[in-house]
Every structure is written in C-alpha cells, then in structure tokens.
Unconditional design. Structure first.
Lengths: 438, 109
C-alpha cells in the first residue's frame, strides 16, 4: 500500500517536473503573438491542438531515448550517434543560448508584472531583483523540496484553468466571438509559435535523480504533462482571444493581467493573476537556471566553454561560476529587451529552434530504432517508426514555416548560430583541443 | 585500487577542505560483472568500503563497465567526458554528482 502510494507520488512528481519548466509566464507573450496572427478562434484552437499533439508524439521519442540513455546529458547524447559529435555539441550549445534568451524574456515579463502588482520600482529593477534572488538561492544551494515544487505547479495549472474557464463561459463583457473561418496556413504558422508553450519539457530527462524511473516512469509522465499544459494553454489562449481586444493586446506586455482587468474590473482578480504569474516566473526561472547552470558547469569542465565555468563554490559546493555567468548573460538579454521593447524575436527564435530540435530528436529515435535490437530499448513505442518519420517531417516543416513567416533576424540567428557553432567545434575537435579524455 | 583511492581522498588537503561537510554513500557498479562497491563518506573521509548487495544501494550511483570504472579510479578518464558521452550513468542529487566530479578534478588534474 505504502509502496503503491510512493510510486504514485513519484510519478505525479515526474508529471509536475515535465510541466514545471514550460509553465512560464512568458508563454503569455507567445499567446499574444499567436492571437495577433491567427485571425479567427477556430484557427487558434486548431493551432494549439496540433502543437500539443505533435509535442506529445515527440515526447515518445524522448521517452525511448531516455530509456536507452538513462541519466545522460540530454539532447547531446541523444543526437550524438545519428548526427555526429560536432553537430550534437553545436545543437546542445545553441540550446543553452536559446534557454538563456527565454530566461531573458521571462525576466522581462516578471519585471513588468511585479511593476504592475507592487509598483514602487520600475519594471527593469524588478527583473534584476527577481533574477538576483533566484541566482543567490542557487549559489547558496537552497533546494526547494520536490513536493513543494509539485504543489506550486499544480496550483498554477488549476488556477489558470479556473480563471480561463470562468472568463470563457461566465463573463459577458463583450459580444460572443464566433469561431470564424478556417485557414490552414494561419493554423500551422500559429502552431509553430505555440511550440514555445512546451519549451524545456525535456528537462525531466536530465535530472539524474536516484528516485527517478528512467525506463518507464519518465517516458509515461512526459505525454501526460504535455497534455495538461496543452489543455491549460488552449483555455488561456481562447480566454485572451475572446476577452481582450486586439488593439489592447498590441500595446501590452502583460496580457494575462489585462485579461484579469477585463473579466472582473474593480476586483482583486488582476492582482491574483499577477501573483500566479510571478509564481510561474519564479518556478520556471529556478528550474531553468538550475538545469542550465549544471550543463554550463559540465561544458566548462569538458573544455567546450571557458574552464573557469567549471569551478564550484568551496563552501556551498555549487557551480557558482556558471550561475554568475548565466546571471550576467540573462541580465544583458533582459536589458536589451527592455531597451528595444522587442520580445517577439526571441520567442520566435526559441520556437523555431525548438521545432528543429524536436525534428532531430525524432530522427534520432528513428535511427536508434533501426540500429538497436528491440530488447535494447526498454521503452519501445509501438508503431514508433512511422510516428517518428511523420513527426520529423512535421517539425521540420513547422520550423521552416516559422522562419519564412518571421522577420529576417529570426532565420539569421537560428541558421547562422548553428553554422558558426558547428564550424567552431569542428575546428576545436580537429585541432585536438576538444575530445581528449583528460 | 579502492584502498589507494581512499588514501588519496582522505589525505589530500584540498579535497578535505572542499568536502569536509559532505557525508554520503557512493555506489560504484560494474554493469558487465553485475557487482559493485559502496564507499561510505563521513564528513569528507571515506570511512568504509564494502561490497554492494544490489544496484539500488548508495545515495550517489555511478554505473559503467569495469574497465571504464577502473580507468576512472586511475585518473585516466575524465568523469565529465564519460558522463557527457553517456559512457557512465550517474544517479543521485545534482549536488552530490558535482562534488564527486570536483573531487576527481582535484585528485587528477
């Protein structure tokens, strides 16, 4: 009985960890971008349903790979055999850069929300403050208990669902919005953007915790977590689409709070949404910064990044150098976003790169399926071969579509970024500065 | 070899300064032999080494082939390379894994 309860608790925690990183308040900015581009409610709903479905399918690929390589270095090791060391490393480093960009957007959003809810300081200073707090607690090594994190994640999910359902079905501040007409180009373009909803769900595959069941637990938890995220953000997107006028959305960076203002003017609901949003930011930051700092530390130790990033704090035994490095980089990105007021480029870059990454991971799962014996794959997805071929193609198309429909800077960053990193690491491997075992 | 490793850890000043507050148990498990050892660490000192009964023992678990594990203890293999290459599987809290790597770095760098 106790054993069953423990197993359930562990599985529930895995689902919560899957949802924890993507559940960031910067998702509301991607919702704004989507709402501005879809043109109709039916396009919006279809686009999120499609992205949720394809991300659930790619999570099966992650599941197979993590069951083959438990406790491994995530994407890097998943991609290494099918794509080669240089490209796998370049994509992993690019991934770190994308996560830092997303963290910068998250800090931007958190600063604006705190500026609205608390006031006193300008939003930029709030961004610096929340970033500083998260980095400090990570340097000191304060660990937030798994159960508390799980509670926060489910609190945020339930709160968002309740607010969205209330907004959609019980508020009538404006004439009802019809479903409108279906346009598949708009649907797929918006689907590519909504890939951002799920960014970082794969963090659960790299935790390396002893209590985690890599062979069955993680592969089964990921699709469930993604399903819950999909449902939550379908509702949140529809609520914002229905209740917040487009003209207002174009001029706000806190759409979730604007939604609160529209559905219950004169009450404390916008403040409550602000608090939920801050909890989301804090939780996503903590997960993102913690996970990325460990990866940057390992890359520093390996010589891929500057060696000093592999230093640890003598008293707290934490990778303080990589944490401070991340702190500085994220702060610069946040400052640039505040200065330019252009958040959409980073959201689109992250969504596009994520699409390509999912395509590569699906391809990798397909490669392993063909090369390994069935008994060597503990989590073997039935019909995986067909699924992975289809998913690889879909994500490649979504990524290309996003590059074609975005501004040139998005395509330049994604393509040039990967190309330059590949050249750099190819040179480092060839010259013998990387890849030696000592 | 494990005895030699214990002496190195317990007598190295830098290592001791770093891990003086660290207490845990580390399992080294050989996949090909299906056997392993547990190192008990108390306040930075390896106080006990015993044969493991199963792969589920230890707060931190390092799992790999025998040759790889031996090369790790001889300082011929960089743990981070092995981890990043997926040659070793490590399980345990991230903090414990980082400390283990830091010890190896001091001993063999």
């Amino acid at each position: 009985m106790v054993l069953t309860l423990n197993r359930r608790l562990k599985f529930t925690r895995l689902v919560a960890i899957t949802m924890g990183t993507p559940l960031a308040s910067s998702v509301f900015l991607s919702i704004t971008i989507m709402v501005l581009m879809v043109g109709s409610l039916i396009n919006l709903i279809f686009s999120v349903i499609i992205s949720t479905a394809v991300v659930i399918l790619v999570s099966l690929a992650y599941g197979e790979l993590v069951s083959i390589y438990p406790s491994a270095a995530g994407n890097r090791i998943f991609l290494k055999k099918p794509m080669g060391n240089t490209l796998a490393l370049s994509l992993s480093v690019m991934w770190v850069i994308i996560i830092l960009g997303a963290a910068g957007i998250e800090a931007y959003m958190a600063g604006n929300v705190l500026g609205y809810v608390v006031g006193i300081l300008p939003p930029f200073f709030w961004s610096i403050l929340i970033l500083s707090v998260v980095v400090l607690i990570n340097i000191v090594g304060v660990e937030i208990s798994g159960n508390f994190q799980m509670f926060i994640t489910f609190f945020v999910i339930v709160s968002l669902i309740v607010v969205s359902v209330y907004s959609i079905f019980f508020v009538s501040n404006a004439p009802p919005v019809g479903f409108g007409s279906l346009n598949w180009l708009s649907v797929f373009s918006a689907s590519a953007v909504s890939i951002y909803f799920f960014i970082g769900f794969g963090r659960v595959t790299t935790l390396g915790e002893e209590a985690i069941d890599y062979r069955k637990g993680i592969p089964r938890a990921m699709p469930l977590g993604i399903f819950f995220i999909g449902i939550t953000f379908i509702l949140a997107s529809v609520a914002i689409f229905e209740r917040v006028p487009i003209s207002v959305l174009q001029n706000t960076v806190i759409p979730q709070i604007v939604l609160g203002n529209y559905i219950l003017t004169g009450t404390k609901l916008p403040i409550l949404i602000g608090i939920i949003s801050i909890v989301m930011s804090f939780s996503a930051f903590n997960a993102g910064i913690l996970g990325t700092s460990r990866l940057v530390y390992a890359l520093g130790r390996e010589g891929v990044f500057p060696k000093f990033l592999g230093n640890i704090h003598k008293r707290f035994l934490t990778p303080y150098a990589s944490l401070l490095f991340l702190y500085v980089v994220v702060m610069i990105i946040t400052a640039v976003v505040f200065f330019t007021k252009n958040y959409s480029a980073i959201v689109l870059i992250a969504a596009a790169f994520d699409s390509f990454m999912y395509a590569f991971v699906s391809y990798s799962a397909l490669w392993h399926k063909r090369k390994l014996k069935k008994q060597e794959i503990p989590f073997d997805v039935r019909g995986g071969t067909v699924i992975y071929i289809v998913i690889t193609a879909i994500f490649m198309l979504l990524g290309i579509l996003l590059l074609l429909t975005s501004t040139a800077e998005v395509a330049i960053v994604v393509i040039v970024g990967v190309f330059v990193l590949s050249l750099l690491y190819y040179y480092l491997y060839k010259s013998g500065r990387l890849g030696t075992r000592r | 070899m494990l005895v030699e490793f214990r002496e190195k850890v317990n007598q190295n000043e830098k290592v001791q300064k770093l891990i003086r507050k660290w207490s845990t148990s580390v399992l080294m498990w050989s996949k090909d032999l299906n056997t392993g050892f547990v190192l008990q660490v108390e306040y930075g000192k390896i106080t006990e080494m015993k044969k493991a009964d199963s792969i589920d023992e230890g707060n931190v678990r390092v799992v790999s082939g025998t040759e790889t594990l031996l090369d790790m203890f001889r300082g011929k293999e960089n743990i981070v390379h092995l981890y990043m290459d997926g040659v070793v599987e490590t399980f345990g809290s991230e903090k414990d894994q980082i400390v283990l790597d830091a010890v190896a770095k001091i001993l063999w760098s």
